[in-house]
Design a protein around this ligand. Sequence first.
Ligand SMILES: Nc1ncnc2c1ncn2[C@@H]1O[C@H](COP(=O)(O)OP(=O)(O)OP(=O)(O)O)[C@@H](O)[C@H]1O
Ligand SMILES: [Mg+2]
Length: 326
Amino acid sequence: MLCGIPGIGKSALLEYAVHSASGFRVVRVAGIEIEQELPYAALHQMYSALRSHTVVLPPPQRKALAVIFGAEAGEAPDRLMVDLAVLGLLSAAAVDQPLLCVLDDAQWLDSASAQVMSFVAHRISAEPLAIAFATRPPNQLLNSLPEITLRGLRPADARALLLSALHAPLDEPVTERILAEARGNPLTLTELPRMAAPNQFAGGFSRPDALALSEQIEPGYRQRVASLPPDTRTLLLVAAAEPEGDVSLLWRAARYLGIAPSAFDAAETDGLVEVREKVTFLHPLARSALYRAAGLAQRQAAHRVLANVTDPETDPEWRAWHLEGS
Ligand SMILES: Nc1ncnc2c1ncn2[C@@H]1O[C@H](COP(=O)(O)OP(=O)(O)OP(=O)(O)O)[C@@H](O)[C@H]1O
Ligand SMILES: [Mg+2]
């Protein structure tokens, strides 16, 4: 299972897997946000593709699938019967030709499909059958599968991608700042130059006037943030004002503000941010939404705190940058 924030390259990597799997038959399934509440909606995509193989299933299993997908009348089947039927279906389909099942956007799987796919994924053994999932975190439904977390492009690759997406040359300090803010996210690196005129980059895109980022996505994040406790919101704003995602800097800022680092837990539980080696927002838009939703005075206060806790010896440029924003 590939796991990672929006735009980090999960679908691109699944596509790569599909292209690399020469000789495989490929079945694609995708979680669909508006179908999350419909039991077996995602599984139906797979069933449609492989229906012809149901003839080899034992009759009770065949019947179980027919009933859940409305092809036959009958009592709702046992969960295990459905699990076994889907395992049987995939194994049968893999007999003639190896089978790769690609399941993208697994964060939107309906829970019934997720449970079945998790059962099947745990039982693949000798069959020429592979299942690759991609999901945004957190995904509680599939959390026991072996996982690879995508963490963004390496700095040299990020730079090459940014430069390839620009229509005009950029000053080196501005390039550096964008690279720091994008944190290797290929979507951010390719979309942002498209969304802004080069002169809007000056000062980096975390400034409120910098970019007209998607007006449709931001309000959702603003609402989520509004429901968090005040100390959590304060720390989130500090994190949003800090492009590098430096964890120790964030904790220094918390101490400076007299806020316990545990105040950040609520934001992590909500899935808005993740604190590992870096502070990472679920989505670059979550960060900009937060930053822009705060009032000017709050933003200035956040930069003032960051300037105060940034080491003037080792990071004079960032300190100056925060002072400028304060
Ligand atoms: N390694 C890469 N090099 C260059 N561009 C990339 C790379 N990986 C992804 N991209 C580009 O970045 C964009 C986002 O990638 P992708 O759609 O795979 O993200 P995602 O993780 O699936 O996001 P979401 O959670 O929103 O589905 C796409 O335009 C994709 O072509
Ligand atoms: Mg994707």
